[in-house]
Design a protein. Structure first.
Length: 243
């Protein structure tokens, strides 16, 4: 990967590592994303393009390009005459709406995937499951990024195997795993999710559509239960998380 530059930007303060030899645009995108996920940029904080470019020792162009990508993921908001700022964490209503959507589309997709399973498709699921054999212990974005990527890939693969292109596209546009893991990550959460993933893949590869639907619903219910306590009755925003 080569030498790495360590930079520090506003918010709560903190260091972000930017790979020197990585594709520049991708490296800037990942650096800014890391700062948002870790709360270096607090919720609602303005992202000064000049400051970010100086700190990362790049021109403004890759910073602007990265911010456009982050806006498409819902991590930053662009406002007229103000520029870019970090998006707030999911509100309680948004959290509930997101899981309501997932309960509609994901158990159905898991059942469809099980009904259409064959050796090649089972191999794809098994390979993805093997990509992350254990949950990371650290709680920074660099620590859990691999787990977050696996989570996204597995659920997207199940959507793909479910066979409904429009449903998969709608699911992708939610960037649900990114926003959910931004709320909070703990090693216990990751370990539990991996256990549920193993049960889910086992159910789908068995070809039992009912079992697959149940396994997905169980996983979603457990995921929601792990995060719901972040919201108390006095606030519409979570009490902890990235910012």
């Amino acid at each position: 990967m080569g030498a790495r530059a360590r930079v520090s930007l506003g918010g709560r303060g903190g260091n972000v590592v930017l790979p020197r030899r990585q594709n520049l645009a991708e490296g800037v995108y990942e650096a800014l994303k890391e700062m948002i996920m870790d709360g270096v940029y607090n919720q609602g904080a303005r992202i000064n393009i000049d400051e970010a470019a100086r700190a990362l020792e790049v021109s403004q162009s890759p910073v602007r390009e990265a911010l456009v990508r982050l806006e498409s993921e819902g991590l930053v908001i662009k406002e007229p005459f103000r520029g870019y700022s970090t998006a707030p964490l999911l509100s309680k209503a948004e959290f509930e709406d997101l899981f309501e959507f997932r309960f509609v589309v994901e158990p159905w997709a898991a059942a469809r995937a099980a009904a259409a399973i064959d050796d090649d498709k089972a191999g794809l699921l098994t390979k993805e499951l093997a990509s992350t054999p254990s949950a990371p212990k650290g709680t920074s974005y660099q620590d859990y990024q691999r787990m977050a990527s696996h989570d996204h890939r597995l659920h997207d693969l199940i959507q793909q195997l479910g066979g409904n292109v429009r449903m998969r596209a709608a699911f992708t546009r939610t960037h649900c795993h990114l926003h959910i893991i931004r709320l909070n990550y703990g090693a216990g959460m990751g370990s539990a999710a991996l256990r549920e993933h193993r049960a889910l893949v086992s159910a789908i590869t068995s070809g039992d559509a009912d079992a697959a639907e149940t396994a997905m619903r169980t996983h979603l219910e457990a995921s929601r239960s792990r995060l719901a306590p972040l919201y108390d009755r006095s606030s519409d925003r979570p009490s902890v998380g990235g910012g």
